[in-house]
Design a protein around this ligand. Structure first.
Ligand SMILES: NC(=O)c1ccc[n+]([C@@H]2O[C@H](COP(=O)([O-])OP(=O)(O)OC[C@H]3O[C@@H](n4cnc5c(N)ncnc54)[C@H](O)[C@@H]3O)[C@@H](O)[C@H]2O)c1
Length: 335
């Protein structure tokens, strides 16, 4: 197959490309290499893919309408994994427009490309942040998600709505994946795992939000990759018999599906801190901070729909995942 991976220099895009490398597929990856975080880490991920058979990189911005149209016209991809986006809840408070450019205009350009090229299946990244103010746990794709509390979350919810429209109008099969706090080797420097490890190793304080009273459904990168790979082969057909009275958000007469990919077990933030301390062998200095605007106190994925569709449930424990991240971090940065 010929597969497009958007955001290939990113944390998840690199891991997905690595998993497929050398398996006979032709992978084209794009990324605009923006400086939201350390660009040298993005370049190092691409270097890590440089000797992989069948993997090619093109520097391109999703928001470049002509460039994206030309990419799709030239390559005629069979399937598309769309992971490029402006991520981060806190950054969206200060830089709202970049979310509109990358996540709304960029997403539209991907949808248009898939439509024009007749792509077999588009799998795109959504986020657990769409659950916003929801209090019912675990979070399920059948729950309504109409109360996002950050612009980032609102763009991800918009991505799902836009995808549904294209699935309905043009019958392009589309699957959205709501990822839950992904961590692991080659991870993102703006996320807790990375920041805690860096600070503890440097003997600096770590900032612990909401005084530690938070829970996150931390999901190890290999579990995310396994989920993405399996879902790519589960092409939604749509249910033409679906009664018009059925208003469940996760079913449709269009070829459209949505899944959570999370570990399925929320971990208290302080237990996560203890796991990082244990893996490093040093205690953290905690600087307790209030809740940050845009953040939610708890995330917890209902993974039943993913299991029913793919036979897979994420399985790596936080202790094991944190150990693997810390080992990678120490080797990569030589600390
Ligand atoms: N990591 C998580 O915990 C998490 C959780 C929920 C959802 N997600 C979503 O998963 C996807 C991948 O996340 P990640 O953690 O790998 O993030 P990341 O920032 O490491 O990767 C995203 C990549 O997309 C690229 N990019 C951003 N805007 C672009 C544009 N306009 N054109 C081209 N490239 C662009 C970036 O340079 C980056 O390399 C994103 O859509 C993100 O919103 C991630």
């Amino acid at each position: 197959m010929k597969i497009l991976i958007t955001g290939m220099a990113g944390f998840i895009g690199h891991a997905v490309a690595r998993r497929w490398a050398g398996q006979g597929h032709e992978i084209v990856g794009i990324d605009n290499l923006n400086d939201y975080y350390d660009v040298s880490l993005k370049r190092a991920r691409l270097d890590d893919l440089a000797d992989c058979d069948g993997v090619r990189f093109i520097e391109l911005d999703l928001a470049d309408r002509e460039g994206m149209a030309a990419l799709f016209a030239k390559h005629r991809f069979d399937r598309v994994i769309h992971l490029a986006a402006q991520a981060g809840v806190r950054y969206s408070l200060e830089n709202p427009h970049v979310y509109a450019d990358s996540n709304l205009v960029g997403h539209l350009n991907v949808l248009e490309g898939c439509r024009q090229a007749g792509v077999e299946h588009l799998v795109y990244a959504s986020s657990s942040s769409v659950y916003g103010m929801n209090e019912k746990v675990p979070f399920a794709t059948g729950d309504g998600v109409d109360h996002p509390i950050s612009l980032y979350a609102a763009t991800k919810k918009a991505n799902e709505l836009m995808a549904h429209t294209y699935a309905h109008l043009y019958r392009v099969p589309m699957t959205g994946l709501r990822f839950f706090t992904v961590y692991g080797p080659w991870g993102r420097p703006d996320m807790a795992m990375f920041k805690f490890t860096r600070a503890i190793l440097a003997g600096e304080p770590i900032q612990v939000y909401n005084h530690g009273n938070m829970e996150r459904d931390f999901t190890y990168i290999d579990d995310i990759v396994e989920g993405v790979v399996r879902v790519l082969d589960v092409i939604p057909q749509g249910d033409p018999q679906r009664p018009s009275s059925d208003s469940a958000p996760d079913s449709s007469s269009a070829p459209y599906a949505l899944y959570n990919i999370g570990h399925g077990s929320p971990v208290p933030l302080m237990a996560f801190v203890r796991a990082v301390e244990a893996a490093i062998g040093r205690e953290a200095i905690c600087d307790f901070q209030p809740m940050q605007p845009g953040d939610v106190p708890r995330t917890w994925a209902d993974t039943e729909a993913l299991y029913q569709a793919t036979g897979y449930r994420p399985e790596v424990s936080v202790e094991e995942g944190v150990r693997k991240f810390v080992a990678w971090y120490r080797e990569f940065y030589g600390v």
